[in-house]
Write a protein that binds this ligand. Structure first.
Ligand code: ADP
Ligand code: ASP
Ligand code: MG
Length: 815
């Protein structure tokens, strides 16, 4: 005999019920079957809603009842052959009439007792089982309907009654010993008390019905057919990467379900465990998939952690005070009063000082529990020996579960550090003595992030997901997006970094996708996106609260540069090619670095100097390893280098600057490059990264631009001024040729002083042969005294800048 249970979604409508019947047809070829069904999906909720409406004297209960009726009528019309429909419609009509009488009663009395509620809510399973039994009978004649209330006996604790096992098991075995049919179909969830009143087994209780029947009829296995491929390593609705667990022990399954894995109602395990009946959790919509086997001897895959589960809507109650220390019976009184009030305690911790006890309960019970506790400890509170009970709501419990965790060291350390790195604040910790479970209480807002990071840490082969929020998808930004698109697979396979772009924005539009933007379509998506709004962008990035979030600034905008602190404070890393923040006031630069350390959020800006060249990273390593930078000499402007390398008697200064702009080597405002400001910013950043304090005003800027050019306010007049002052530039070139030298815009830092300016570079200088848009930096340090450490290469251009930004993102992935 096999017991099969089909849950709400598996019997949601005619189409799904047909799939369930196919499964039954396959199984019945070789076995006698007991089939347990839930109410059609959503019906239990609707029945509860309707009862509450009626009890609150809200007439809408009538329309909701009509909605319930229509759901069933529609299912019959699409499922049952015409010849059997009439009789079934009559049965359903009678049930609906019965329901109406109950609702009318609630409406008239303005009251809903637990007993009436059970009578009402049981109708969901009665309706579904009556319909499904006829549907099966049409295919397999030897099918019989049996009302579970005749077999399952409980006490009268309506809403969640307790099974009287001895009475129940003897009724079940007597019944099955004499039943001849191949299939017995029963409604789940419902039972009856000694007086014959209908009771229910608690929400999700159909699983439990099936387990009790499995034990009572000595079934060889219990199959729970649901809408997912088994019990997953975490709730698949919250963790996309969660995978079905192939094999798990009863205890582990019980622990996971107790801590929120809704796929199995926790009490289900007990009856099958005692009879050693294996449970299969299978997917009605993917019957071929393996599913999960719950048994006594699970196969191990070497991972001590089997799954991660969570319970939402938890409140933490803390009772503390010197009056608890060494006073026997405080805990007893506390738990006694909670039990009297029917408050389920999910979580307990007690400090070894006995100074405080902390318990986790459901949010809904918080007020009731607090009042009862305060009343119990009234005297001690009045005498200031104990503080009145403290309540914190809207928390959540996350638990790691695994039988083998006890044999592995450092798992809790890994758990806490993973959460800590992601700025998830842990409010309380508990570890069962069995060490099958390590639980933490965290804020509800952090639950998705916590589950996903923990899942990544314990199940995903250490693949790290990086979530990017990209601001600025112009010239460089476009290249950056292309590079991610091309490299995504490589990074995942080789570096175990899964880069996802969650948001993109330019100055006009923005687009978000929590599951990652399809990179091949990003242009289309942003064009169709919502209007760009920086505040909204920040708000959404914070609200999504994704792990390893990175804000990527690919603008040259000062407003964008001023918001980094808001990200860093939320543990969102910042990667930027925008130089404004790091060359702003020293205090601001320092503050950003401080926030980055404090909130564990990397702040990387390699592309601020020399585009993709590893200049800042090298400098960081020099300083970190104890070296001291004494002098820097550099050509740091790829654009100026391009301009002076190409400027000649036959190629005018104006035309070269224009061309540099076209090729994307200058800032959008070329004056920033030509005035020397850009180079001053870069050397300032290098100086600061070398450990010196300096402001931009401290850098001497020996500008080569005539005043007229400097005084222009927009691009057109700037370019006009370059034509008007052509002779000034031509003279510079002439002088260079006469001196047998070349023009280079050089930045220098020496003896605590810095300057930038155009210089005539003689042939013997390493700067003389600097080609194209190359940059060169020479660091003279305590270790590199005579021969400086030299970094040279292309220092401007969209592709190299994009790759520098990309390298920073990868650095974060490797941290
Ligand atoms: P049924 O109606 O078939 O009884 P439930 O809705 O009670 O189904 O349980 C199945 C649901 O449990 C899944 O759709 C999934 O959203 C949720 N769930 C939560 N945690 C887990 C988990 N660890 N593994 C599988 N499912 C889970
Ligand atoms: N129909 C009941 C509920 O929704 C029982 C079940 O589906 O297991 O809680
Ligand atoms: Mg269920």
């Amino acid at each position: 005999m096999i017991v099969l249970k089909f849950g709400g979604t598996s019997v949601a409508n005619a189409k799904n019920i047909k799939l369930a019947i196919q499964i039954i047809e396959n199984k019945v070829k070789n076995n006698k079957l007991v089939v347990v069904v839930s109410a059609l999906s959503g019906v239990t909720d609707l029945l509860l809603k309707t009862s509450n409406e009626a009890a609150l004297k809200d007439e809408s209960y009538k329309t909701t009842l009509e909605e319930i009726k229509q759901k069933h009528v529609e299912t019959i019309s699409n499922l049952i052959s015409i010849k059997n429909q009439k009789a079934l419609f009559e049965t359903i009509e009678a049930e609906i009439e019965h329901l109406k009488t109950l609702f009318d009663g609630c409406y008239l009395l303005g009251e809903l007792s637990p007993r009436t509620s059970d009578a009402i809510v049981s109708c969901g399973e009665i309706l579904s089982s009556k319909i499904i039994s006829i549907a099966i009978k049409e295919k397999i004649e030897e099918t019989i309907f049996k009302d579970s209330r005749e077999l399952l006996k409980t006490n009268s604790n309506f809403g969640k009654a307790t099974i009287n096992y001895s009475a129940t098991y003897s009724l079940i075995s007597n019944y099955f010993n004499s039943s001849k049919e191949k299939i017995v179909l029963l409604p789940g969830f419902i039972a009856s008390d000694e007086k014959g009143n209908t009771t229910t087994l608690g929400r999700g209780g159909s699983d439990f019905t099936a387990a009790i029947l499995a034990n009572g009829c000595k079934a060889t296995s219990l199959e729970i057919w649901t809408d997912v491929n088994g019990m997953f390593t975490a709730n698949p609705k919250l963790v996309n990467q969660a995978k079905p667990i192939e094999s798990i022990s009863y205890q582990e399954a019980m622990e996971l379900s107790h801590f929120g894995a809704k796929v199995l109602y926790p009490p289900t395990i007990q009856p099958v465990l005692s009879a050693n009946i294996p449970i299969w959790i299978k997917n009605t919509f993917d019957a071929e998939a393996n599913g999960t086997l719950v048994s006594n001897n699970p196969e191990t895959n070497g991972n001590p952690v089997k799954g991660i589960s969570h319970i939402e809507d938890i409140a933490l109650l803390t009772l503390e005070g010197s009056g608890m220390i060494g006073v026997a019976g405080s805990s007893k009184r506390l738990f006694e009063v909670l039990s009297k009030e029917n408050v389920n305690v999910v979580f307990i911790t007690q400090a070894s000082s006995e100074h405080s006890i902390c318990i986790g309960i459901l949010n809904n019970d918080a007020e009731k529990a607090k009042n009862a506790i305060d009343e119990t400890f009234e005297l001690e509170i009045a005498q200031h020996k104990i503080n009145s009970c403290m309540v914190e709501k809207d928390l959540c419990i996350v638990a790691l579960v695994g039988e083998n965790m006890k044999n592995h060291q450092g798992l809790s350390g890994k758990m806490f550090s993973t959460l800590g790195k992601n700025n998830v604040n842990i409010r309380a910790i508990a570890q069962g003595a069995s060490e099958r479970n390590i639980s933490v209480v965290i804020n509800k807002n952090d639950v998705k992030k916590a589950l996903n990071t923990l899942h990544e840490r314990f199940f995903e082969d250490n693949t790290k997901q990086i979530n990017l929020f990209v601001m600025g998808v112009g010239n460089v930004g476009e290249k950056f997006m292309d590079q991610i698109h091309t490299q995504k697979k490589f990074l995942k396979e080789n570096l175990k970094i899964n880069v996802r772009v969650i948001a993109i924005s330019n100055s006009r539009k923005m687009h978000f996708n929590e599951d990652g933007i399809a990179l091949k379509d990003w242009k289309e998506l942003i064009n169709k996106g919502e209007n760009a709004n920086l505040l909204e962008f920040i708000h959404k990035a914070k609200q999504l609260n994704l792990r390893n979030s990175v804000f990527v600034d690919i603008t040259a905008n000062d407003v964008v540069a001023s918001i980094y602190d808001q990200f860093l404070k939320e543990n969102i890393a910042v990667v930027t090619c925008n130089k404004i923040a790091c060359s702003s006031k020293y205090d601001n630069y320092k503050n950003l670095k401080k926030l980055s350390r404090k909130y564990n959020a990397p702040f990387l800006f390699e592309t601020n100097v020399g585009a993709g060249l590893p200049i800042i990273d090298t400098l960081k390593h020099l300083v970190a390893s104890g070296d001291k930078v004494n002098k820097i000499q550099a050509v740091l402007s790829g654009s100026l280098n391009f301009i002076f390398n190409n400027f000649s008697e036959t190629y005018s200064f104006h035309d070269v600057v224009k061309e540099a702009g076209v090729q994307g080597f200058t800032e959008p405002d070329p004056k920033i490059d030509l005035s020397g400001i850009d180079v001053a910013r870069k050397i300032l950043i290098l100086i600061r990264e070398s450990g010196y304090q300096m402001e931009i005003e401290d850098i001497e800027n020996k500008s080569f631009l005539p005043a007229e050019c400097m005084n222009t306010t927009e691009n057109t007049s700037f370019f006009d001024s370059l034509i008007k002052n052509a002779s000034h530039f031509d003279n510079l070139l002439k002088e260079a040729n006469e001196k047998n030298s070349r023009l280079k815009f050089v930045a220098t830092f020496e003896n605590g002083k810095a300057s930038v300016g155009l210089e005539f570079i003689p042939q013997e200088s390493p700067f003389y042969n600097l080609e194209g848009k190359d940059n060169i930096v020479q660091f003279y340090t305590d270790r590199y005294v005579d021969q400086p450490l030299l970094i040279k290469g292309a220092g401007a251009g969209a592709a190299v800048t994009a790759s520098g930004i990309f390298a920073d993102v990868v650095r974060i992935g490797n941290i």
